[in-house]
Every structure is written in structure tokens, then in C-alpha cells.
Design a protein around this ligand. Sequence first.
Ligand SMILES: CC(=O)SCCNC(=O)CCNC(=O)[C@H](O)C(C)(C)COP(=O)(O)OP(=O)(O)OC[C@H]1O[C@@H](n2cnc3c(N)ncnc32)[C@H](O)[C@@H]1OP(=O)(O)O
Length: 241
Amino acid sequence: MLQELRKPPTSARRVVSISSERDNVLRRKMGGPVSEEELSLYDPAMLLSLDFFRSPANFSPRISAAVPGESWLKVRPLQSGDFHRGFLQILSQLTKVGDVSLTQFLNRFAQMRASGDYYVTVIVDTRYDKIIGSATLVLERKFIHGCATRGRLEDVVVDDTYRGKQLGKLIVVTVSLLAEQLGCYKMSLDCKDKLIPFYKSIGYTLEPGNANTMNIRYEGPTARSIDRNTAGSKPENTEPS
Ligand SMILES: CC(=O)SCCNC(=O)CCNC(=O)[C@H](O)C(C)(C)COP(=O)(O)OP(=O)(O)OC[C@H]1O[C@@H](n2cnc3c(N)ncnc32)[C@H](O)[C@@H]1OP(=O)(O)O
């Protein structure tokens, strides 16, 4: 299916190990081993039991998170080493990412992992050890509906050299089924008008009278930390988004 894809540049195939003492300190903060072993954001086994027959998406040929159609494709949770596999470069095909350092990446990874509410899921081209797609499920915990949990679909992107090969559907269906498996009562997303057909093909609907997105945008620095553990300390990232 995907054989015709051109090879990524040599630089994308390089894997850089994390070895500085500062990064080891971060690993300790994450509760992980001080070694080259990587941490997963969540349990990868959760992806193996997803039933793709539950999705209305039409896959031709049929693929799933467990069997993505090519031996060199892998769907898995974000890992602590993915900074070096082009994860941020992939996100930059979606929106402005800014100059995020390894330390910032690992701090954010640690916060997400500790919360247990972030399911950043990626597709890897294992031939080049390169991230080629990503989507995020965020759990929003509520008091309403008997303390129910709502899923939010965020930051969906497929590398532009791999588009049109079902990988967008694959990553969105993966996190959508994950939301159902985790007990969400619904999953919501915001997207541009031109992507409505894409999401409709996966089962998302525009609900009459309830299909508006409204935003308020704040001037100046946007990413101040409101983490209670760091309240009062210097913001970790003051880059505008
Ligand atoms: C909630 C959010 O994050 S919204 C932000 C979405 N992300 C972006 O806009 C970033 C840039 N775009 C991308 O990364 C990709 O184009 C994606 C993720 C939208 C789609 O990825 P792809 O791998 O190309 O999608 P895939 O091959 O699975 O296509 C599935 C179907 O959607 C259609 N489709 C894909 N992209 C688009 C598009 N931009 N507009 C309309 N239809 C589309 C395809 O034609 C295909 O239809 P088919 O099933 O009838 O053949």
C-alpha cells in the first residue's frame, strides 16, 4: 500500500540518545529508570485490544492499530525518546510549535504521564525510526452526568509525504476507540470546515444547534504553568502560540 513513499532525509534517520545529567534528573522526576530505557506515556497494550470493527470508518484494505497494514508501521503511545524521532517536527505541520527544548519536552511528558489523562498516540515508520503521525486523546473529567468523562480529540496530523494512505483515519479511529474503552461518554473535536468530510467519514457528526466553536484568545505569553506544584515559579514556556 505504502511502498511508493519516498525515503525521508538521512538526518531524520539519526537517533540521538539522551544522556545528560539534567535529563537523568528529569527521568527520576518521571519515576522512570536512569537508563537509556524509554518511558511510554501510557500502557501500549491498551492499543492491541481495540476493536476496529466498532468504528464506522471504511478501511480498504482493512487495517487497525494492532495490524496497521505494513510491517514497518507501528502505532504506539508517545515515548520519552520521541523528541529525537521528529515528534515536534510533525506537530509543526499542524501549527506553530515554537522552539521547544528537550528539557521542556521531557517536563511536559512527565506532567502528562503523571496526570494519566493524556493519550498522545503516534505512528512510527520503523524503517527510519521516525514519527509520521500523531493524535491526542485528552480526558476531561466532569461532575455532570454522574462524574462522567468526556474525550477531546486534539492535534491530529500525518506527515505530508504519507497522507492519503488511510493513516489519518487510522490514528483518529485509534484514539476514538481508546476513548470509548476508557469509558468516555462522548468524544469532541474542533476542526476547519474543509475537514468536516474527513471526520464525518470516521463517525463524527455536527449536532444541530450545537456545532459552534467559540474562543477567547489572550494577548502575550500563553503557556504559563498553572501547575499547583510550580505555581509562583518562573513560567517554563513564555513563547506565544
Ligand atoms: C482535531 C484536529 O486536530 S483538526 C486538525 C487536523 N490536522 C491537520 O489539518 C493537519 C494537516 N493535515 C493532515 O495532517 C492530514 O491531511 C489529515 C490528518 C487531516 C488526514 O490525513 P491522511 O492520512 O491524509 O487521511 P486519510 O488518508 O486517512 O484520509 C481519509 C479520508 O479523508 C479524506 N481527507 C483527508 N484529508 C482531507 C482534507 N484535508 N480535506 C478533505 N478530505 C480529506 C481522504 O480523501 C479520505 O477519504 P476516503 O476515505 O473517502 O478515501
